[in-house]
Design a protein around this ligand. Structure first.
Ligand SMILES: *[C@@H]1O[C@H](CO)[C@@H](O)[C@H](O)[C@H]1NC(C)=O
Ligand SMILES: *[C@@H]1O[C@H](CO)[C@@H](O)[C@H](O)[C@H]1NC(C)=O
Ligand SMILES: *[C@@H]1O[C@H](CO)[C@@H](O)[C@H](O)[C@H]1NC(C)=O
Ligand SMILES: *[C@@H]1O[C@H](CO)[C@@H](O)[C@H](O)[C@H]1NC(C)=O
Ligand SMILES: CC(=O)N[C@H]1CO[C@H](CO)[C@@H](O)[C@@H]1O
Length: 411
């Protein structure tokens, strides 16, 4: 019996060696496979496979065309309403493969309006991809259903967390959201083949995914601005009171710097966790951004921090946000920084020089300049009567721009 042991032992060893050998061979083959798939020039057939995969990925990334039937099923016949925008309602949907989507059903006063909106969104958002921009999965264009299908953002829009809830988001998270938002806008302004101006940056258009990662949404108002061409032509009104830059109201030439202004207003709201215009707050803070300047200028940052309830650990970050906000809302568009510079300043990658020019000078002057616009802090509108003797064109509520063309200088 005892002679058997060595034989058994050898057999066992051989067996293991075989397994190990097979293991090594499999690994080598796999490695070879991997190398050829990652573009080794050894095997042209494999390279074609790589190219096919690449093209498939591209194909998948471009917006798809969905049938109305598919969208009806995905949205349970449009039952779960997520929100209501100017151009229609947004519904939650889920595809059979589990992908969650937000379906915006376009509903305008006329087919022409709907088509304009449709083309604006598909041609702009459909072509761009960035972590901080909401993705367009696809669209439906049928007689009875014109809809846009976006990626679903689990936590809704930023306004809900800034103004209505019990401080679920800490200041650090809000700072991250500000940086992400700035990155998204910087991409639109500086990295797309054609510059895209958003025109309606506000908390309602900053969406948050399930991890509160921010993405800029609603390119409905966005228009392409060709950088080769220094001017583009635009028709129609845009912007939201309280966020729109002075030049938007005054029908002066507009550039991408109007987004920088709106972003600055958003930063003030992040600092204060309140609407800049809040008629319910009856105190000396009047219009919040101006109040911040009044405190910042004589160096009373501490009071801003105290009033806004900023904790000690967040003070440095908050101070950065205050300074950047004051730079962004400068009256002269040229004085406002570019969005990529804003990103760097918010991140603390560069020193922020002290804003020395009062952005609200035109609102504070004791001897009002008769040609200066009058900003009404109670409702966030600029009166432009000094520019416009035609009373039917005086700006109220939303900017009314007659259907005449405005020349927009793009830098
Ligand atoms: C959706 O509603 C229409 C009537 O409005 C009905 O005919 C159809 O069967 C419904 N579809 C689903 C998927 O519930
Ligand atoms: C899920 O289904 C939708 C609709 O059929 C499709 O567009 C999408 O690419 C699918 N997603 C994945 C991850 O397969
Ligand atoms: C579209 O708008 C009209 C009024 O303009 C309204 O009666 C209708 O219910 C809206 N449809 C949807 C799907 O929102
Ligand atoms: C804003 O307030 C001013 C003065 O109080 C008023 O003249 C103007 O019509 C208001 N605009 C809107 C849109 O309510
Ligand atoms: C505060 C809040 O609404 N948080 C939600 C964010 O999204 C995740 C995922 O959907 C939810 O689990 C949280 O409750």
């Amino acid at each position: 019996m005892s002679e058997f042991y060595p034989a058994v032992a050898i057999a066992v060893v051989l067996n293991y060696a075989g397994v190990i050998l097979v293991g090594i061979v499999v690994r080598v083959v796999k490695e070879f496979d991997k190398r050829s798939q990652t573009g080794s020039p050894l095997n042209p057939d494999v390279q074609t496979l790589t190219m096919d995969k690449f093209l498939d990925d591209i194909e998948r990334e471009k917006p798809s065309r969905f049938t109305s039937q598919l969208l009806r099923i995905a949205t349970d016949n449009f039952t779960h309403l997520l929100g209501q925008g100017g151009f229609g309602a947004v519904y939650k949907g889920i595809f059979s493969n589990g992908t969650l989507v937000a379906v915006k059903v376009l509903n305008g006063s006329s087919d022409k309006r709907i088509e304009e909106q449709f083309m604006a969104e598909v041609s702009t958002i459909g072509r761009i991809h960035h972590f901080n921009l909401v993705r367009l999965h696809g669209f439906c264009f049928e007689k009875h259903l014109r809809a846009l299908v976006y990626e679903y953002m689990g936590n809704g829009s930023l306004d809900k967390f800034l103004f209505h809830s019990n401080k679920d988001l800490g200041f650090e998270k809000l700072h991250e959201i500000a940086v992400g938002t700035a990155r998204g806008i910087a991409y639109l302004h500086e990295e797309c083949q054609q510059r895209i101006v958003h025109y309606d940056i506000k908390p309602e258009n900053i969406l948050l995914d399930e991890n509160f990662f921010p993405k800029v949404a609603d390119f409905g108002l966005a228009k392409l601005c060709n950088r080769e061409n220094t001017h583009i032509t635009m028709t129609g009104g845009r912007g939201t009171p309280g966020y729109a830059a002075p030049e938007v109201w005054m029908r002066f030439p507009m550039t991408h710097k109007c987004d920088v202004y709106s972003f600055g207003m958003l930063l003030f709201e992040i600092i204060g966790r309140r609407r800049n215009l809040d008629i319910n707050i009856q105190d000396s803070q009047d219009w919040f951004p101006r109040w911040v300047w009044k405190k910042f200028e004589p160096g009373e940052l501490g009071e801003i921090m105290a009033v806004c309830g900023i904790e000690e650990k967040d003070k440095e970050r908050a101070e950065r946000i205050v300074k950047v906000a004051l730079w962004c809302v400068q009256y002269m568009p040229e004085a406002r920084p570019s969005m990529s510079f804003v990103v760097k300043m918010l991140e603390g990658a560069i020193e922020i020089s002290r804003p020395s020019t009062n952005p609200f000078q035109h609102l504070m002057s004791d001897t009002p300049n008769p040609t200066a616009p009058v900003y009404d802090t109670s409702n966030g509108t600029y009166s432009t009567s000094a520019y416009d003797s035609d009373p039917s064109q005086t700006v109220t509520g939303t900017p009314i721009m007659k259907n005449h063309e405005i020349e927009i200088a793009s830098t």
